[in-house]
Design a protein around this ligand. Structure first.
Ligand SMILES: C[S@@+](CC[C@H](N)C(=O)[O-])C[C@H]1O[C@@H](n2cnc3c(N)ncnc32)[C@H](O)[C@@H]1O
Length: 410
């Protein structure tokens, strides 16, 4: 998986969905996934240690074997076992066979050194294509905080179908001020109490906020324009509103259907292009537009390796078109929640500023942001909400997100 992510730009989720670890038993599957994410998160540190002992860069597979083993050693893996497994792995490939001796020698040195020097190495940095714009937008202190949050990884947040306090009690989790339930050592999600009955779904606390702010009401017609895998559709459906869920991807729409079935919630599901959707007019619309997903790096440490930022311009254009089209599907006086899980203002704040100039009478509803768990300091100049992974640092952070509630003139 590391070879495909770092060498071919593939995303971990896609590899898993394509069956990359299906032949392993469940415990090994979980271990493979954990080791992959751990290695990606700590790659910069591993490379620093490795570079002390390797003069000429070996082929990618060998580099990845060294990285994987270095991270295992740094996190207390048994030196004999880890080095042995890495040498065996190198021996499996025709080309990589020649590097068995190097793998053995380098890892023996690292086994001695890693437990001592690991924590002295700096927190891994974001790639330049992302770090530059984030420094411009938020400054060095914030970016350091974000990098620390990415390195720390993320807890598991749940959204309750009905009673968050009861869910917190049943799962031993913490009820966050925004209403999500947080678990720091969850184990397997499907083994949590209430999973089979559909009492909750997995959703980061930040990702749960757009629908809380949109506040759908029973009887309202609400469209979720980019719905899959459906966390926000479930929230809309649970509110008692009549939900329509749309997504371009049939495969991802399948996930929405499965989630609705497990939770016993109802929504009308459509596969199609948001820009061609002609239904409505709707009382309220949620537009969780496709974006760089740079707010989710705590959970997706593969993204900085698989992407280089070259698709962001295309995404920004698409987001603007979707925002305009969504407004055309709203009833007069209707409300549009525009959000993206991006840290880049070009995919958030800037869209709202520009939409206000393009659409006469359109306003941002700031009052809707007066919600439990929302710090007024997070509210931006144009009236949106900027969430960052370095917020709630003592409680395990949150995903990066931008959201704003727009009201169409009546
Ligand atoms: C950020 S994700 C949505 C996450 C979802 N709202 C949730 O909470 O689970 C963006 C989604 O937009 C979908 N998408 C991309 N282009 C689209 C289009 N032209 N029309 C509709 N959906 C699109 C993608 O398939 C993806 O599922």
């Amino acid at each position: 998986m590391l070879d495909k992510i770092t060498g071919e730009g593939r995303m971990l989720q896609d590899l898993l969905a394509a069956g990359a670890v299906d032949r392993l038993d469940p415990a090994d599957r979980a271990r493979a996934q954990r080791l992959t994410t751990q290695t990606l998160r700590a790659m910069e540190r591993a490379d620093r240690l490795i570079s002390r002992h390797v003069k000429k860069k070996p082929p990618l597979t060998i580099r990845n074997i060294l990285r994987l083993a270095t991270v295992e050693l740094a996190y207390g893996g048994d030196a004999h076992g880890v080095v042995g497994e890495a040498v065996t792995l190198a021996g499996e490939g025709q080309r990589s066979q020649n590097y068995k001796g190097l793998v053995n020698a380098v890892l023996r040195k690292i086994a001695e050194e890693a437990p001592r020097s690991w924590n002295d190495l700096r927190v891994p940095r974001l790639p330049g294509w992302l770090r530059g714009p984030l420094l411009d937008a938020y400054g060095p202190g914030a970016v350091n905080g974000m990098e620390a949050a990415h390195f720390a990884g993320a807890p598991l947040d749940l959204t309750a179908k009905t009673d968050a306090a009861a869910l917190a009690e049943a799962t031993g989790g913490t009820l966050l001020p925004s209403g999500s339930v947080r678990l720091t050592d969850p184990g397997q999600v499907s083994a949590l109490p209430g999973y089979a009955e559909g009492a909750f779904w997995v959703q980061d606390a930040a990702a749960a906020m757009p629908v809380r702010i949109l506040d759908p009401k029973p009887g309202e017609n609400v469209l979720d324009l980019c719905a899959a895998p459906g966390g926000k559709t479930l929230q809309i459906a649970a509110s008692g509103a009549s939900a329509t869920a749309l997504d371009l991807s049939a495969q991802r729409m399948q996930r929405v259907q499965e989630n609705l079935e497990r939770t016993g919630l109802a929504a009308s599901c459509e596969t199609g292009d948001a820009l061609r959707h002609t239904g409505g007019p709707y009382d309220a619309i949620l537009l969780d537009a496709p974006c760089s997903a740079t707010g989710t790096l705590r959970r997706h440490p593969d993204l900085p390796f698989a992407k280089d930022g070259s698709d962001i311009g295309r995404l920004i254009t698409l987001q603007g078109e979707m925002l305009d089209h969504a407004l055309s599907l709203l009833k007069p006086g209707g409300r549009l929640m525009f959000c993206t899980c991006s840290l880049l203002p070009d995919e958030g704040e800037c869209h709202v500023e520009e939409a206000l100039l393009r659409h006469e009478g359109l306003v941002v509803d700031r009052e809707a942001l007066a919600q439990p768990g929302i710090d007024p300091a997070w509210i931006t100049e144009e009236g949106g909400l900027r969430l960052r992974p370095d917020y709630w640092a003592d409680q395990g952070g949150m995903d990066g997100f931008y959201m704003a509630l727009l009201r169409k003139p009546g």
